[in-house]
Design a binder for this molecule. Structure first.
Ligand code: ADP
Ligand code: ASP
Ligand code: MG
Length: 448
């Protein structure tokens, strides 16, 4: 069994839905995971924020606008009146539900019900289309098998319930399901956080286990750096699970930060493919990567980072200092990304400021604390052996004009991380691109 995930732009227009229906119609059995139509989840975020902050009237205005965008979509998607009727009924029901919330006492659980509607709409619209054109398709509701416990996917539950759901649904060629949405251990509708459809696909692929997981998006695979920040980039055809996980975690938006792990655990290769250019090679993420002379593979960046410098008031040789620091972060359930230590001070970074005030207060009981918000971690991923000379030097040499706040190397074989003030991000990313990939870029430019 294969698992294919199509992102927001891949289902974002009626013609795109028709296109992917063609793409998957090759007679082979598969699970198809869909995101919401592009823009819908953002609108749903605006809607629940409006309910919370501005009131029912503002929320209803946004709901009306989103609803209106679906009617022409439906008219263009289907040829048969019966399909149009079915789809309109669905849209009517979903938008009536969206209108049914009250601003007073609006809860987090309400917000999550609202956020789930995007994937519920896209999968139903796509199911009706595949049925209209005669494909043997069925819907397997993600809420029947996708579950989190303590905020993390419950792998055992997912594997067991997924199998049961598949058996119950009978034999089909296409099993369509929702990305992103799940139930939590309070029996409420929840989600796997933004971009979570990738995670759904790898959780399903890992649980089966599938022969392959394909993530279809709007670009021909993982590029050597973020194409939204750097103009001249190129696709990387092979990545190890470890490299891909580092890149995803450190900001490569093409993959959800946690989605590599379930595939890696089960050893299921993940392919990143382009819906608009299905013949393009894309990227294969797997355990075995043929050695390429290119040691540095890619660069990613993660914004909204806070750096915390903690200086011991007792200074040199104070053992137990690191333990005390980490205990504070454990107490406030805040994970640390980068850590750099010197004899008298520790600098570290976090990406979640929710508990920052309390953390600083607790640290100040035994240390001097400095906080810098608005930082960016730039992650250089590749295959770095501690026995090989020159890689860290090359990275630093390309950044001679950028003030580096922190640098961390040697923590893993696949990552060198640099922390800079976010105002230097674009300059630093471009400098690293030219400095680390200059030869490839030269060849690419000569060809063009
Ligand atoms: P989808 O809706 O299909 O999940 P996303 O927008 O989440 O698509 O992810 C694809 C986008 O990720 C690309 O259009 C690109 O702008 C962005 N991106 C960021 N970093 C990279 C990278 N290193 N390689 C490829 N795409 C990247
Ligand atoms: N629709 C969700 C989002 O926009 C999940 C996804 O697209 O992966 O974040
Ligand atoms: Mg995505």
């Amino acid at each position: 069994m294969r698992v294919l995930k199509f992102g927001g732009t891949s289902v974002g227009k009626p013609e795109r839905m028709k296109h992917i229906a063609k793409l998957i119609n090759d007679g082979v059995e598969k699970i198809v995971v869909l995101s919401a139509v592009s823009g819908t989840t953002n609108s749903l975020v605006e809607i629940h924020t409006a309910y919370k902050k501005e009131g029912k009237k503002a929320a209803h205005k946004l709901i009306e606008k989103l609803e209106a965008s679906y009617y022409p979509f439906i008219e263009q998607l289907y040829a048969k009146n019966s399909s149009i009727k079915k789809a309109k009924k669905l849209i009517g029901e979903v938008f009536d539900l969206l209108r049914s919330f009250k601003s007073k006492n609006f809860s987090e659980a309400d917000a999550k019900i609202i956020l789930a509607q995007g994937e519920l709409i896209s999968t139903h619209l796509f199911l009706y289309y595949t049925q209209e054109i005669g494909l043997n398709a069925t819907l397997i509701p993600a809420l029947d098998f996708m579950k989190t416990t303590d905020g993390e996917p419950d792998l055992k539950y997912i594997a067991k319930k997924l199998r049961k759901t598949l058996v119950k649904s009978g034999k089909h060629q296409l099993y369509i399901t929702q990305g992103y949405i799940c139930m939590n251990d309070k029996e409420e509708i929840d989600n796997l956080r933004r971009g979570g459809s990738d995670y759904t696909a790898t959780l399903i692929g890992g649980a089966l286990p599938a022969t392959e997981i394909q993530i279809w998006t709007d670009i021909d695979g993982m590029h050597n750096t973020d194409p939204r920040v750097v103009k001249d980039t190129f696709p990387i055809h092979e990545l190890s699970f470890e490299e891909a996980a580092e890149l995803a975690y450190f900001g490569a938006k093409i993959l959800h930060p946690s989605c590599v792990l379930p595939a890696q655990k089960s050893g299921v290769p993940v392919k990143l493919l382009n819906t608009m250019e299905p013949k393009a090679k894309g990227t294969v993420i797997s355990e075995v990567v043929t050695r390429t002379p290119q040691r540095v593979k890619a660069i990613a960046a993660k914004d909204d980072i806070t750096a915390i410098k903690i200086r011991s008031s007792r200074m040199l040789n104070a053992y137990g200092f690191l333990k005390k620091i980490f205990e504070v972060f454990e107490e406030f359930q805040t994970s640390i990304d980068m850590v750099v230590t010197s004899e008298v001070a520790v600098s570290l970074t976090i990406d979640d400021n929710t508990k920052l005030k309390a953390i600083v207060k607790a640290l100040k009981k035994f240390a001097e604390v400095e906080v810098d918000k608005g930082q960016t971690i730039i992650c250089v991923a590749g295959e770095f052996k501690h026995t090989e000379a020159g890689i860290a030097a090359k990275v630093i040499n390309t950044l001679t004009k950028i003030p580096i706040r922190m640098i961390s190397s040697g923590g893993s074989r696949s990552n060198i991380s640099i922390l800079v003030d976010s105002k230097y991000k674009v300059k630093a990313m471009n400098a690293l691109n030219e400095g680390l990939f200059g030869d490839i870029l030269k060849k690419k430019r000569a060809k063009a």
